[in-house]
Design a protein around this ligand. Sequence first.
Ligand SMILES: Cc1cc2nc3c(=O)[nH]c(=O)nc-3n(C[C@H](O)[C@H](O)[C@H](O)COP(=O)(O)O)c2cc1C
Length: 188
Amino acid sequence: MSTPRIVILYYSRGGKTQQLADAIASGVEKTGAEALLRTVPTDTDAACSRDLAIVEDDLNQCDALIIGSPTRFGHMASGLQRFFEQHSSAWLKGVLVDKPGAVFTSSSSMHGGQETTLLSMAVPLLHHGMLLVGLPYTEPGLQQTDAGGSPYGASHVEHAAGARITAIEKQLASALGERVARAAARLK
Ligand SMILES: Cc1cc2nc3c(=O)[nH]c(=O)nc-3n(C[C@H](O)[C@H](O)[C@H](O)COP(=O)(O)O)c2cc1C
C-alpha cells in the first residue's frame, strides 16, 4: 500500500493558523503518512507563502483533506471559501468522496465564533462527500485546555494563549492530524 497523502490546506495572514497547520502535520507524520502543507492566497500579502499554493491535482491525489482558517466574523476567511467555489470541478468529479476530512481555526477572542467557524467549515467538506473527523474527549487536552481545542477541530485563541499556540493546543492539533491520517490509512 502506498503512503497516505494528507493535504493540510490553510489560509493564514498572521501565522497563527499556520502554527496549527504545522502541529497537525507533525501528527500526520507520526503515523508514517505524508503531510502536504498547502495555502490559498491571502487578501493582503504573501505572509504565509512558505508553503506551496494548492492546485487541483492536490485534491485529486490526496487521501484526506484538513482545512484551516482564521475566524473571520464567525466563519472562514473568504480566500478559503473562494478556493472551494473555484474548484467545483473537483466536487462534480467526486474526488474527495469517502475520504476523511477535518477543520481547524484561530481566533482572537474565546467567544468570537470559533465553533461557528469550525462547524461551517465542515459544510463544504460534507458537500464533497468527506467523512468528518473530530477530537473525542478521550483526548485529555480537551478537558485541560484554557485556550483552544474543541471536539469540532483544532484551534487557537490569541487572547487566552498569546501569539504562540499553547502546548495543549499543539498536542490537540497533532492528535487531529494523527486521527485523520490513521483513518485515511484504514480507508485506503
Ligand atoms: C476581518 C477580520 C475578521 C475577524 N473576525 C474575528 C471574529 O469574528 N472573531 C474573533 O475572535 N477574531 C476575529 N478576527 C481575528 C482573527 O481571527 C485572529 O487574529 C486569528 O488568530 C488570525 O489568524 P492568522 O494569524 O492565521 O491570520 C478577525 C480578524 C480579521 C482581520
